[in-house]
Design a protein around this ligand. Sequence first.
Ligand code: ZN
Length: 301
Amino acid sequence: MLKVAFSPIFLYQVPEKHRFPMQKYRLIPERLVEEGTLGECNFFTPRKLSEEEILTTHTQAYWEKLKNQTLSRKEARAIGFEMTLKLVERGRYIAHATYECALYAKQYGVSLNVAGGTHHSFADHGEGFCVFNDVCIASNLLLLRGEAKRILIVDLDVHQGNGNASIMANEPRVFVFSMHGEKNYPFRKPPSDLDIAVPNDTGDDIYLTLLKQTLPKLIAEHKPDLIFYQSAVDVLATDKLGKLSLTVEGCRQRDEFVLTQARDNKIPIAIVMGGGYSEDIEQVVEAHCNTFRVAKQLFFD
Ligand SMILES: [Zn+2]
C-alpha cells in the first residue's frame, strides 16, 4: 500500500504573498486523486510532533521562542513567513509526517509526504521558509528508537541543505548527500558528507550522469537501511529560484533513478517534497506528481 501523508492544516490561511508556493500542497493531491493514481485509502493524517521529539534535534532556546512567539523580527524574517502559532503547528505535523513516512517505507518500501524537506532549518534557528528540520528530526527519532541504524539523505533540491549538513555534522550514522546549484542560496554552505555543486544552466544529461555516477557508489559504501529523498522540483528550467535547466521529463528520470536504486537494493525510501517555484504552477504540480506516479509504478504495479 502506498501511504501518503497529508494534513489539512497545510491549507490554513497563509498570507496572500505566500499563496503561490503553498498552492501546490493542495493541487498535487487533488490531481493524483482525480487521475486515479491515489485513492482516499492512500492518505493518512500524521500526528503532531511532541515537545520531547522536537528537542531531539532543536535547541530548547529555539523551541521556546517558537512556542512563545518571541522570535526577534530578524529571526522571523530569516524564516520568511509571517510568524504565527499556526505556522509552528503546521511544522509539527509535517515533521512527524516525515517520521511516519519512514515507518511506512519500512513496511511497504516507499512512502511520501505531501510537504516536508525543510532542510534550511538548523538546531537553533530557521531560515529559507523552514521552521523545523523534518528529515533530521525523523532521522534522530529513528536512530533513537532503534528503527534505523544507517540513514542516507539524498537531497536533490536545487538549494544546498545547510540545515541538514549542520545538524548531522557529528552524526556518523547519517550520511548527508546534497546535489545543488553552485551559485545559489545558501551562499554559506556548511559541508555535507558529500556536496556536489552544479553550475548554472546544467541540463538533464549532465545532471543525470552526475547522479548516476554518484548514488550507487554511496549506497554501496554507506549501506543505509533507510533513505530520505528530497525530490524538490526547483531544478526545473522554469524555476524562479533554481538557475538549473532540467525538463519535467529529466526530473521524472531523476526520480525514477533514485527510486529504482532504493527498490533494487531493498532499502526503504521516504520521500519529502522540498522546493518548486516555477511561475507556471502547472509544471510544478506535474513534476511533483511524477514522483508519486513513479513511486506507485515501481513499487506497486
Ligand atoms: Zn529549494
